[in-house]
Structures are given as structure tokens and as C-alpha cells.
Design a protein around this ligand. Structure first.
Ligand code: SF4
Ligand code: SF4
Ligand code: SF4
Length: 316
């Protein structure tokens, strides 16, 4: 991870000094262990604050929509796929971007780690050779990092950047024979009433803070449908129907656009597994149209194109 950090810092200094970009978007260490924060560098002198480890789970494509300056961005596999979505949706131009591709080893799940620490407060964390060493007052543990990855990362099959100008690390071996939809098939197998119950229960703790939406690079509409007041499509209270409407509609808006980057789930303050909605759409789009989001700038997503042979059972 140290090697990534050094290469990111070196690239940032070079790109800013040579005035090839106006800003570099990466991460710096957060104020608490296991949480890094997005960091925008405009002055090469600040580049040494840039940092990389398994706590860079925020999807930095979220900072790109509608920018007009020249940007270098550090991007994991999923981030680059969301950049492809932005390019396909004309949110930014390729010539504005310099992509520092970061082949990804998976991001850490700080909630899983907190569970393992059983209330003990970490004050320091460091990764090396597949382990995470965490210490605090009167304790120190060494964890096997692959046991503490975010759930989406443990089933990720596109860890390498799909689009980049330079790499900040060696390409990684992609995971093979991953069954991404075990949980979704279980939900599909439920009777309709039980499925309704399942989703109603899933979102019961939702406080409608919209952190999931705000963390999502694909949610960039200037006015989200939940904030619209003329007409008001969805009520703004914690009414159950309104809450479910928000989640279902948001999932539909993400059909063929979600990369399962996990930013939404990571951002939810009450730990709702919001990817259960978007993964179902991902599975359907893959099965119906053979399409995976953001793998190519040359293929338009199925929901904005038409082919005579497209499945149409849903309109019969
Ligand atoms: S989803 Fe894949 S590319 Fe994205 S952070 Fe997880 S392992 Fe890395
Ligand atoms: S819905 Fe969640 S997993 Fe999908 S692209 Fe948005 S933040 Fe990433
Ligand atoms: S982040 Fe969590 S609590 Fe907030 S709106 Fe999304 S699901 Fe609800």
C-alpha cells in the first residue's frame, strides 16, 4: 500500500507542476483510524498528504459530474466503471480526465472490524502483507484483511481499472467463479407477499437522510425526484410507503448504471443493506441483456438503446 501512496503522490506532483491538470482528486488519512477522506489537491506542495490503503472505499467518480476543469482522479476498478458511465452520459469529457488507475485489493469494512473489536476503540491501524494491525488503549490485534472486506468487494470481479492513463500499482488477478447473486436468488424465491415483507423490514430503520444517494456517483440529478416539490412525487416523511418508494425508484434509476461499488451501503448511518435493491437490477440486466455496467465506452447501456430482439415480456 505504501508503494501506491508514493506513486500517487509522485504523479500528483508531476501533473500539477507540469500544469497538465488543475486538480488531483484522491484520498488523505482521516482524523480517525480506518476512515480516509476524499482530498482535492491543487498545489503540488499538498500532494504529500495523499494516501492509499484499504480505507479508500468512497467512489471518487462522485466528484466528477459536470466539472469543467482538468482533473486527475485516483480510481479503483469500480470507480473507473462509474467514470465510463459518466462519459456515456456526457457528464464529463475524456480529454478533461487523467485517470490514475489503482488496481484494487478490496476495501475494508469498518463495521465488520468494529464487531470484531467488541467496543474497543482503535487509535491506530496499519496494513501490510494481507493483514491489518489495529491497536488502541491496552490492546493490539492483527486481522487477516480478506476476512474483513466489504461484502461487495469480496464478490467483485472487476478489481482492475477498465480505463486509465497510468497505473499506480501492478494489475491484480481478478477473482474467478464468483457467484454474485446467492442472496438475490434467495429473495427471488420468496412468495410475493414475503418478498414485500422482506423489503419493508429491510428499510424499516431508514431515516431518509439520503446519504446513500449522495454517496452514489450515478445519483447526480440536479433535483432528485425525492426533493422535487412541483409536483411532489414522494412524501417527505418517514411514512413506510414513501420510504419504500424512494428505495424502489432509486434502484430503477440505477438499472444498468450501478457498478456495485458499495459507496451507498458504506455511507448509510444505520447499516441498511441498500445493495439488495440495486443488485437485483444488476442481475436482471445481466441476464436479459448480457450487459455489465461501465466496461466499455463503446457500448451504450441497454436502457438507452433498442434492439429488435430485446426481451419484451414485461410489456405483454
Ligand atoms: S468493488 Fe471491486 S474495485 Fe471497487 S472497491 Fe471493491 S474490490 Fe475494489
Ligand atoms: S447504487 Fe451504490 S453500489 Fe451502485 S453505483 Fe451507486 S453507490 Fe455504487
Ligand atoms: S443512507 Fe440509509 S438511512 Fe439514509 S436514506 Fe439511505 S438507506 Fe435510508
Amino acid at each position: 500500500m505504501r508503494a501506491y501512496t508514493e506513486r500517487i503522490r509522485e504523479a500528483a506532483k508531476r501533473l500539477l507542476t507540469e500544469k497538465r491538470v488543475d486538480v488531483v482528486i484522491g484520498f488523505r488519512k482521516g482524523t480517525i483510524p480506518l476512515v480516509n477522506e476524499p482530498f482535492l489537491v491543487k498545489d503540488p506542495k499538498d500532494a504529500d498528504q495523499l494516501y492509499w490503503d484499504g480505507n479508500c472505499g468512497v467512489n471518487l467518480a462522485n466528484y466528477l459530474a459536470k466539472r469543467t476543469d482538468r482533473v486527475a482522479v485516483v480510481a479503483k476498478g469500480c470507480d473507473t466503471r462509474n467514470i465510463v458511465v459518466h462519459l456515456l452520459e456526457f457528464q464529463i469529457k475524456r480529454e478533461q480526465l487523467y485517470i490514475l488507475g489503482a488496481p484494487c485489493h478490496g476495501m475494508l469494512d469498518r463495521r465488520k472490524i468494529a464487531g470484531e473489536l467488541k467496543g474497543k476503540e482503535p487509535t491506530f491501524a496499519e496494513e501490510s502483507d494481507g493483514t491489518v494491525k489495529i491497536s488502541g488503549r491496552e490492546f493490539e490485534v492483527t486481522l487477516d484483511r480478506k476476512e474483513f472486506l466489504q461484502e461487495n468487494c469480496s464478490i467483485c470481479i472487476h478489481r482492475n481499472p477498465v480505463l486509465y492513463d497510468e497505473l499506480v500499482g501492478e494489475l491484480v488477478e481478478e477473482q474467478q467463479n464468483v457467484d454474485r447473486y446467492v442472496d438475490i436468488r434467495e429473495i427471488e424465491a420468496l412468495l410475493p407477499a414475503d418478498r414485500w415483507q422482506y423489503f419493508s423490514k429491510l428499510v424499516e430503520p431508514c431515516i431518509r437522510c439520503y446519504a446513500c444517494r449522495n454517496a452514489c456517483p450515478a445519483c447526480y440529478c440536479p433535483t432528485c425526484f425525492v426533493d422535487e416539490s412541483r409536483p411532489q412525487w414522494v412524501g417527505k416523511s418517514l411514512d413506510k410507503t414513501d420510504t419504500l418508494t424512494f428505495h424502489f425508484l432509486r434502484a430503477y434509476h440505477l438499472g444498468g448504471r450501478c457498478t456495485d461499488c458499495g459507496s451507498c451501503e458504506r455511507a448509510c448511518p444505520v447499516g441498511i443493506k441498500v445493495r439488495k435493491f440495486t443488485k437485483k437490477l444488476e442481475k436482471d440486466i445481466r441476464e436479459l441483456y448480457g450487459y455489465e455496467t461501465g466496461l466499455s465506452v463503446d457500448e451504450r447501456p441497454p436502457l438507452d438503446t433498442y434492439r429488435p430482439g430485446d426481451p419484451e415480456a414485461f410489456i405483454k
